[in-house]
Design a protein around this ligand. Sequence first.
Ligand code: HEM
Ligand SMILES: *[C@@H]1O[C@H](CO)[C@@H](O)[C@H](O)[C@H]1NC(C)=O
Ligand SMILES: *[C@@H]1O[C@H](CO)[C@@H](O)[C@H](O)[C@H]1NC(C)=O
Length: 331
Amino acid sequence: MGLAAGSSTWPSCVSHAFILVAGLLILSNMPCEAQLSSSFYDNTCPSALSTIRTAIRTAVSRERRMAASLIRLHFHDCFVQGCDASILLDDSPTIQSEKNAPNNNNSVRGFEVIDNVKSQVENICPGVVSCADILAVAARDASVAVGGPTWTLKLGRRDSTTSGLSQAATNLPTFRDGLDRLTSLFSSKGLSTRDMVALSGSHTIGQARCVTFRDRIYGNGTNIDAGFASTRRRRCPADNGNGDDNLAPLDLVTPNSFDNNYFKNLIQRKGLLQSDQVLFNGGSTDSIVTEYSKSPSTFSSDFSSAMVKMGDIEPLIGSAGEIRKFCNVIN
Ligand code: HEM
Ligand SMILES: *[C@@H]1O[C@H](CO)[C@@H](O)[C@H](O)[C@H]1NC(C)=O
Ligand SMILES: *[C@@H]1O[C@H](CO)[C@@H](O)[C@H](O)[C@H]1NC(C)=O
């Protein structure tokens, strides 16, 4: 089964090697590259996608925030060593878990949901569906479950046998980053500035801890609405270490629905994180924020294509990596 799945990623290279154009025979030097494909599990595990969808719907109906947590998990996976489920590995003698990186520790969540989905999928097709693909499917199904856009997934990622703790510290954006830093981080992953703004629209759902927005709400800066700052101060005390884990919604209006309110908030200087508000602070991305605030459908279609692009960051394909049996440990 595993072999069949692997071989279906290879396009028919031989038939593409010779291309007849206007009577000229051109010998193509293009290497035969394995690629992700939307039909990857059609033969090897036809009910994989419906099984995942049902499990994600159940998890999100139990706790709406889980949709946000799952989308973020896929993002933090893809930005470190590519979309290879490296974020799911626990500490072990050979693994230094990414879970302990500064941007993940005490912050990323949803691991139990992924482990549960994985065990359901293993029951129907053992050893076939990767944890990296489960993360990608879960993110898409989570978006749909809270009213967000859908997209056609490309599948066939395999799982890493290594983890990237130190890479996580440098490759993941932080709430303190300015626009230039954010732009260059996303660009280093092959994502445009427009992709970055669209993907940041994920902050239309989910929560953030006081420790991530304290400096902003107490900074008395001009790029924050005063009433908003004072509301947020009520549950986020000024002193470091006091109420650090108190949560506030990233989108103050509709924190449980995937819509374009995030962008409207930014225009009113009500972005929760500094890294949110820098997207609308007199800089080059202001026009994109304005566009998304006016057009939910443009945001929706840009978000979908950016998620597909993000899911395509350095996947392990063909015979690289492995299909883990349990997402938190290598085989
Ligand atoms: C542009 C750079 C980004 C920065 C600096 C950033 C930073 C953050 C921070 C600080 C939090 C709160 C974490 C905590 O309280 O511990 C957060 C939450 C979240 N982020 Fe981002 N983020 C960025 C981009 C993204 C992208 C690209 C996505 C998805 C495609 C995303 C999805 C989310 C979601 C859904 C949450 C809420 C998670 C939950 O409620 O569990 N973020 N982000
Ligand atoms: C992760 O967070 C926990 C709880 O706040 C803390 O005790 C631990 O030291 C942190 N680990 C790292 C590696 O920072
Ligand atoms: C912001 O203003 C408040 C009240 O006026 C003041 O107590 C606080 O020190 C100021 N914070 C900063 C960072 O200037």
